[in-house]
Design a binder for this molecule. Sequence first.
Ligand SMILES: [Zn+2]
Length: 340
Amino acid sequence: MKAIVIREHGGPEKLKLEEIPTPEISDTEVLVRVKACALNHLDIWVRRGIPGIEPPHIPGADVAGVVEKVGAAVRDIKVGERVVLNPNLNCGECEYCQMGEDSLCVNYGILGEHAPGGYAEFVKAPARNVIKIPEHVSFDEAAAVPLTFMTAWRMVVTRAKVRPGEDVLVLAAGSGVGSAAIQIAKLCGARVIATASTDEKLAKAKELGADIGINYAKADFDKEVWKLTNKRGVDVVIESVGQATWQKSLRALARNGRLVTCGATTGPLGETDIRLVFWKQLQIFGSTMGTRRELQTVLNLVWAGKLRPVIAGAFPLAEAAKAQEMLEKREQFGKLLLHS
Ligand SMILES: [Zn+2]
């Protein structure tokens, strides 16, 4: 089969299309013919190198396709079915898995990071990671959901517990997590303030339900939040940017405010004024990926048309490098996809 194989870490030029053997499946696995694979920032970290994870890699966590083959012990999944994959690879046995906390698993992995992913014609996955797609949903739409919507749902609903009437600041509205978090916070009944680097992206954020947009290239978003909320601040900040925004995100919070972070795309070392944390009695939550149940919840809402994955564009598999370059430059609004 054709696949993008990373033999050594580095820039986009390390994404090379190769002819490699199609994966063999075990009795409990399923082989999926990839129709669409969505890109994530995770893919860029995998390409640049994550400590402890050695090449070769086939990246790609978000896969939709058609079942090509099923293992001998697999029931309920049939060849030819349209499916999307749950990217969580958790052991099912540790203390956290026993509690249903898949992304806290001590042996946790992600498809395309710890196992060969969807930048390929075929990908294999455990049968329990396979979820059927209803007829009215396209492969592109299904592939654009799992990682970012599951992550955003856990941040907004499970961790921050956003309530009706609250003010929620969503950073990086054009990112996958951002565009999902805007919709989920609206579904929770919040007023959503979104930040982005261009007015075009803010217009799109408003189409998704954001009430107010702040162009952070033109103004400091913490000061804008201060004005917009009558010097009160927001109840919740949804963070994924990291170092470049951390201090401003904390300053944008109201007393008793909650900040949830799932990423540090601009760097890992944000400075925290501890006085701000105790005096305003702030709460800071970490969040990563989500559980099978959280994924099923967001998928059901997408199937029902209540949440909408935003698709920015698609590239053929051979142009994976071009697609990742676009993602790195943050030129797009929404998800980029690869078609095998
Ligand atoms: Zn586990």
